[in-house]
Design a protein around this ligand. Structure first.
Ligand SMILES: *[C@@H]1O[C@H](CO)[C@@H](O)[C@H](O)[C@H]1NC(C)=O
Ligand SMILES: *[C@@H]1O[C@H](CO)[C@@H](O)[C@H](O)[C@H]1NC(C)=O
Ligand SMILES: *[C@@H]1O[C@H](CO)[C@@H](O)[C@H](O)[C@H]1NC(C)=O
Ligand SMILES: *[C@@H]1O[C@H](CO)[C@@H](O)[C@H](O)[C@H]1NC(C)=O
Ligand SMILES: *[C@@H]1O[C@H](CO)[C@@H](O)[C@H](O)[C@H]1NC(C)=O
Length: 668
């Protein structure tokens, strides 16, 4: 369900669960399936905390009836998926995107509020559509399975890994629940250009994508599927809110929007047929189609008789007098995707390591210099350790909240403000988990010590993607005019961490973006004055210099605003241009050449991917000697380049004040 259209559901949750599960009992024969684990896919109907961990925590009074505090769910208590888990005597499912205190021994939940079957171009921040559609959820499952299997075989008996992850042999015996589709319909209703006929015409495509998702899971060993159809979307109070003076026949006898429910029924009719087809296609699968619509509609029709209050009332929030007040508050108004493939990582980790590089990044060299382990990513819920910090950075992140999805140009939904929200949540939950883990040293050893947050170093390296979005969408005057706002939002993030007790900040400026080889992939014959003496795009580097000037001024101002902070401004731009300008003397090859990938004229095969060129398959492989390359894949620097830059910036020769990173906690 859409993040903004789900306030009504909890009214009937507990009733429905007994109903649906009851059906199984009635029909059940003597075989009683004993599932070792449950893997769930879907939207906010069954999200047990992924969106909450990855974006905004769900506010109180969500969770009030059962968990007595917000529990990552939209609803006052448990969801249907929780009742299913309970029915089988299994624990409530941990959300896959929650890397903190979660256990996957008996399954995982990939559902995210606002998820769709089809990848959408709508952004979470604008329309509440999740960046994790069904296909990504199935890839996450596959990723969990592969990595669990690897970790499990490496782990010793009785290790946490074995306690917290499913056994490799359990996957194929598990129950796979899918409840998704409502947001695809909701998005269609929202889209003014989408007539009823057009939306109906799109359903077969949704069915095919749905079917591909199930087949993919089947290929990964899944066998038992429990598939919910979609509910009577026309009965959701939030959609009824916009209805004024309905013409006769617009609403049905229960006050629901008839045409929307008809659409849901059409969706369900085709879904049921698709499930039958899948039964024929997948010989070892047991697929059950579950008529959620009938259960929910029956509940709504008989609400009063069954002791619920009437269907069009909502329990939390209000949709009155032209104002929508969402439950709790309204902030929601407005390892996580596909794994990075080989040959990424080959130069150091000898396998993909989640980094957009052949090896280590500058942040890894920082950890080495300070004598700490490499940081675990906040969004990685498998085998991570946060004792010495966490990494909230995600590829494609901007400072400002993006207006586009990751599926268009790779811009991450985790903009800096989201990363700060994640950090705040991380810090708050650390305290609770740390206390809870007092008697289990092995768990405690993976958590930060709550007393150490104020002594930690907070590093920032962000802004380049704000420029690249700007180059794409704005004139240079518009982008120039936006720089103060962009820089201010970075300053706000620093202020926020300061309020949370952070005192030491290490802030990288942005690099010479015009020198990224990607600039020339699609611009084969740039005019002569387009580039500077090094062959970099002049206007882009000028913009980066302007950004950096504004950033430095803002950092100087921050020092007066935050009297106890030690803030170091780091001139990464100077280090990188120094490297690019002296590439040969420093032992590097042409800085505008790409080490990994195939980019010849109009043919582009990105690093680690495969594609047809002139009718034959080409793999985007790595160059012979990555340690002499500056650019790894056209966008990201190689490990050798990162190391070179780290060596220049970490000893203080390019920082303001000029102190090495090991002394950056001291205010100057
Ligand atoms: C999203 O945008 C891409 C490129 O602009 C387009 O090809 C695709 O059809 C769009 N998807 C949807 C669901 O609108
Ligand atoms: C997991 O491994 C299987 C089998 O090798 C492969 O087909 C699948 O693509 C892998 N999944 C991911 C997410 O890499
Ligand atoms: C997104 O759109 C809003 C409204 O049009 C605008 O104010 C904002 O600056 C845009 N954000 C970005 C990053 O372009
Ligand atoms: C594809 O064809 C072009 C032009 O004939 C040629 O220059 C190029 O090397 C070919 N690429 C591959 C991968 O065969
Ligand atoms: C920092 O290291 C670079 C590269 O090794 C060196 O050129 C520079 O002199 C050093 N600066 C300081 C302040 O130690």
């Amino acid at each position: 369900m859409g993040i903004t259209t789900n306030s009504a559901r909890f009214i009937f949750v507990s009733f429905l669960a007994t109903w649906v599960l009851g059906v199984e009992e009635v029909n059940g024969d003597s075989v009683h399936c004993k599932y070792p684990a449950i893997f769930n896919f879907g939207d906010s109907n069954s999200d047990t905390g992924s969106i909450s961990a990855a974006f905004f925590p769900r506010p109180a009074p969500n969770g009030v009836t059962f968990f007595h505090s917000p529990a990552g769910r939209v609803g006052d208590g448990r969801l249907i998926v929780d009742f299913i888990a309970k029915y089988f005597g299994l624990p409530y499912l941990s959300p896959y995107l929650d890397s903190f205190g979660t256990k996957f021994r008996h399954g995982a939940n990939f559902a995210t509020g606002g998820a769709t079957i089809r990848r959408s171009n709508d952004s979470l921040f604008i329309s509440g559509i999740s960046p994790f559609p069904f296909d990504i959820q199935t890839v996450q499952y596959s990723n969990l399975k592969n990595r669990t299997t690897m970790l499990y075989t490496q782990a010793k008996r009785n290790s946490d890994i074995r306690k917290n992850f499913p056994r490799p042999k359990d996957f194929s015996k598990s129950l796979f629940i899918v409840d998704i589709g409502q947001n695809d319909l909701a998005a269609g209703f929202r889209n003014m250009m989408m007539t009823k006929e057009k939306l109906v015409a799109e359903i077969p495509d949704l069915m095919n994508l749905f079917s591909l998702g199930i087949q993919f899971l089947y290929q990964q060993g899944a066998r038992t599927f429990w598939i919910h159809n979609t509910g009577p979307i026309g009965c959701l109070p939030s959609t009824l809110f916009d209805v004024r003076n309905p013409v006769p026949g617009f609403l049905d006898g229960n006050g629901c929007i008839k045409s929307r429910n008809d659409m849901a029924k059409e969706f369900n009719r085709q879904l049921k047929r698709k499930v039958s087809e899948l039964k024929a296609q997948l010989p070892f699968a047991a697929l059950t189609y579950v008529d959620m619509y009938a259960a929910k509609y029956s509940l709504i029709s008989n609400a009063k008789k069954l002791g619920f209050y009437e269907n069009l009332n909502i329990c939390c929030g209000s949709f009155k007098d032209g104002v929508r007040k969402y439950c709790g508050n309204n902030i929601l108004k407005n390892a996580a995707f596909e794994p990075i493939p080989a040959p990424y990582g080959e130069g150091f980790f000898h396998k993909p390591s989640g980094r957009d590089c052949d090896g280590r990044l500058i942040v890894d060299f920082i950890a080495e210099r300070i004598g700490l382990p490499y940081l675990s990513a906040y969004l990685n819920s498998l085998g991570t350790n946060y004792r010495h910090g966490a990494n909230f950075a995600t590829g494609g992140s901007t400072i400002r909240r993006p207006n586009e999805t990751i599926y268009e140009y790779g811009i991450s939904p985790f903009s800096l403000d989201m990363q700060i929200v994640q950090f705040n949540q991380f810090k708050a939950r650390t305290k609770e988990l740390y206390e809870r883990a007092a008697k289990t040293p092995s768990e405690r050893s993976k958590l930060p010590n709550p007393d150490e947050f104020s002594k930690a170093l907070y590093t920032f390296d962000i802004g380049q993607n704000d420029l690249s979005v700007g180059f794409r969408k704005l004139s240079s005057e518009q982008l120039l005019a936006a720089l103060p706002d962009i820089v201010n939002q970075l300053a706000k993030a620093v202020q926020n961490i300061y309020q949370q007790g952070g005192r030491s900040f290490w802030i990288h400026n942005t690099g010479p973006i015009g020198c990224l080889p990607v600039n020339f992939f699609y611009n084969l014959n740039p005019p002569p004055d387009f580039v500077d003496q090094y062959g970099c795009v002049k206007t882009q580097n000028e913009m980066a210099v302007e950004f950096n000037k504004k950033l430095k001024e803002r950092v100087i101002k921050l020092r007066t605003e935050l009297p106890e902070a030690a803030i170091t401004y780091v001139d990464v731009y100077a280090a990188k241009t120094g490297m690019i300008g002296n590439a040969k003397a420093q032992g590097f090859t042409d800085p505008l050449k790409v080490c990994c990938g195939y980019h010849v004229k109009y043919d582009h095969v990105w690093c680690g991917t495969k594609s047809l060129v002139n009718g034959s398959a080409v793999f985007g492989s790595a160059c012979e000697n990555p340690s002499t390359a500056i650019s790894w894949d056209g966008v990201h620097y190689s490990q050798a380049a990162n190391q070179w830059v780290a060596n220049r910036i970490l000893n203080g020769s390019l920082t303001d004040p000029p102190i090495p990173i090991t002394q950056a906690c001291k205010r100057h």
